[in-house]
Write a protein that binds this ligand. Structure first.
Ligand SMILES: NC(=O)c1ccc[n+]([C@@H]2O[C@H](COP(=O)([O-])OP(=O)(O)OC[C@H]3O[C@@H](n4cnc5c(N)ncnc54)[C@H](O)[C@@H]3O)[C@@H](O)[C@H]2O)c1
Length: 212
């Protein structure tokens, strides 16, 4: 069963933490794990873990626990990590190039099948076997493949115009790595991912600690 249930976003964000913990537990030979154990390891209340896991179709008892292998399987399927989600990447610079090199994305179900840039010299090359095309050829490839997901790694001053164009040609989801909050209509799914924003939180908390 993939994630068709509408879960609160904080719950969706916690489930991958449970998954990582379950994988570690299995590596250590723990064939069952309880929600109390998960709660302790992750640092959240066990009632929260039990509630989160109640959204997904996994058999288990709060005290006795879940079969670790089954829990991993069910979580991976539910989170969409076992299915392949084809995507196009836009902007093959330092960050875009690094993402193309990252085989880890595939483990989480994201399959970047082609990348696009406005630099003519990049067209016809590839990174990690992923072909790079000129941006002008994108619409044709989009029509052929029906890809819905765009990974956006263009310079900040190009982000909105590229996003607008992608929406016009029917992309449905944008994973935005640029540090600008792109504006999109309600029916478009956007995830903004900025390591810089996390840095700001870290600095702020660090200052607070120093002032305590
Ligand atoms: N989210 C993060 O954590 C994070 C980390 C580093 C960088 N960034 C952001 O990612 C973006 C890329 O950073 P970078 O360092 O890789 O930049 P870069 O300049 O190395 O690469 C950008 C690439 O985008 C291409 N490009 C420009 N306009 C385009 C268009 N219309 N269509 C397709 N490609 C186009 C450029 O030719 C270039 O190759 C920036 O917005 C940067 O701020 C985010």
């Amino acid at each position: 069963m993939e994630n068709s249930v509408h879960l609160p976003e904080p719950a969706i964000r916690r489930l991958p933490w449970y998954l990582s913990y379950a994988k570690l537990a299995l590596e250590k030979g723990e064939t069952t794990i309880s929600s109390t154990q998960i709660a302790f390891a992750i640092g959240v209340d066990s009632s929260v873990v039990a509630k989160d896991l109640s959204y997904i179709d996994v058999a288990g008892k709060t005290r006795v626990g879940y079969n670790t292998f089954t829990l991993i399987e069910v979580l991976e399927t539910f989170l969409g990590f076992t299915k392949s989600h084809p995507a196009f990447l836009f902007g093959v610079g330092r960050l875009g190039g690094a993402l193309l090199q990252d085989n880890g994305l595939r483990q989480f179900g994201l399959e970047i099948i082609a990348a696009f840039d406005v630099k003519y010299e990049l067209a016809g090359t590839n990174i990690n076997h992923i072909p790079i095309h000129h941006f002008d050829n994108m619409c044709e490839l989009r029509r052929k493949t029906g890809v819905d997901i765009a990974v956006l790694t263009v310079p900040i001053n190009r982000a909105q115009e590229v996003a607008d164009f992608l929406i016009e040609v029917n992309f449905k989801a944008i994973w935005n790595f640029t540090p600008i909050r792109i504006k999109v209509p309600d029916h478009i799914v956007v995830q903004n991912t900025s390591i810089y924003a996390h840095l700001a939180v870290m600095y702020n908390r660090l200052e607070q600690l120093k002032n305590e």
